[in-house]
Design a protein around this ligand. Structure first.
Ligand SMILES: Nc1ncnc2c1ncn2[C@@H]1O[C@H](COP(=O)(O)OP(=O)(O)O)[C@@H](O)[C@H]1O
Ligand SMILES: [Mg+2]
Length: 335
């Protein structure tokens, strides 16, 4: 199920609780698709990175090759926020007069820990990767952070798009106001004050144009991301879980949160399923898991479900990933 669905999509998100096997599934999926001849970009947005451990090499913020046709990136939220604020700071300093540079710095350092800042910066980077990456890659696979974080992220494009739209409207009003004042021959930069400071560094017209184009580019990216995420033809979201009580409940909750954000769940991946035929102890676990799966299926009867067996050893290195990947194509239904 996983492989056949992913083969038809351009963007795949793998989400779920920590430790359930998101990175293993995302990596194996990416590897199988790369081996099938598609150019694939694998992106981890989880602060608890383990692409590097799994692939036994260093993965960082810029794309590096893991295998033929397969590149990978690890986005570090802290570094992403810093880069994002630096970019915003550059734009602000360019647009604001020199004597306000100190204010800009103060504002930015306070922003570092503002609520939602990590998500916003991460989303901006995801939007950029999806926007630019789809020109170069046939498939982008996101290995995401544990549930709550991802669901908030998925609801953000809508919010940020609306927010940017609001700014644009304000900007356009202050631009009109500025023009009216200029026509009266007494432009004193009041339009700039509406945006947080007086403009001297650039002419008001230059400044307005620069801010507009910045906001336009941003809105365009968020809208592109939102369209991509909400389009089940291009995008698939897989939830990985273990057949245990809490992961099942969290999966049901994540599914509801995603539905509220307009995102369809393309599949449920029940990983580390205990074998029924390897002794009495594991058989009992298997039966217990079946009860939890029943709860899952009662709440979420529709998404395709795939089970993956508990393996004797960790999924580490390209050979183990390929072997794990071979299981992703198998049709496993409910036991
Ligand atoms: N089917 C499986 N059988 C046995 N171990 C697994 C299986 N899937 C994943 N693992 C192991 O479980 C651990 C957590 O997997 P990982 O993919 O890093 O989870 P996540 O990204 O969701 O935190 C890793 O050590 C991985 O090798
Ligand atoms: Mg992981």
């Amino acid at each position: 199920m996983l492989l056949t669905t992913a083969a038809e999509r351009r963007v795949v998100f793998v989400g779920g609780k920590g430790g359930v096997g998101k990175t293993s599934v995302a990596s194996a999926l990416a590897l199988m698709q790369a081996r099938a001849g598609r150019r694939v970009l694998l992106v981890s947005t989880d602060p608890a990175h383990n692409l590097g451990h799994l692939w036994q090499c260093d993965v960082g913020p810029s794309a590096r090759a893991l295998a033929p046709n397969l590149d990978a990136i690890e986005l570090d939220p802290q570094a992403t926020v810093a880069a994002h604020l630096e970019q915003v700071g550059d734009a602000l300093r360019r647009l604001m007069p020199a004597h306000l540079a100190g204010e800009v710095d103060k504002h930015l350092s306070l922003s570092q820990d503002a609520p939602g800042m990590h998500e916003a910066a991460l989303l901006e980077r995801i939007a950029e990767l999806v926007h630019d990456g789809l020109d170069r890659y046939a498939l982008i696979v996101f290995d995401t952070a544990p549930s709550g974080h991802t669901a908030r992220l998925m609801a953000l494009p809508e919010m940020l798009s609306a927010w940017t739209e609001g700014l644009l409207q304000r900007q356009s009003r202050s631009e009109r106001f500025g023009t009216a004042l200029r026509n009266l021959g007494r432009d004193d930069g009041i339009g700039a004050r509406a945006l947080g400071g007086q403009a001297q560094a650039a002419t008001p017209a230059d400044r307005d144009q620069a801010i507009r184009s910045l906001l336009h580019r941003r809105r365009h990216r968020f809208e592109h991301l939102r369209r991509t995420l909400a389009n089940p033809v291009t995008m698939a979201f897989f939830i990985v879980l273990a057949a245990e009580r809490l992961p099942v409940l969290e999966t049901i909750e994540l599914h509801a949160q995603l539905a509220r954000a307009g995102i369809d769940v393309a599949g449920l991946v029940v990983n580390k399923r205990s074998p029924a035929d390897a002794g009495a102890f594991l058989a009992e676990r298997h039966a217990q898991e079946a009860v939890h799966l029943q709860t899952l299926r009662t709440a979420l009867p529709d998404p395709p479900l795939q089970q993956l067996p508990l393996l004797a050893s960790d999924v580490v290195g390209i050979d183990a990933l390929a072997a794990f990947g071979a299981l992703l194509g198998c049709p496993h239904e409910m036991a």
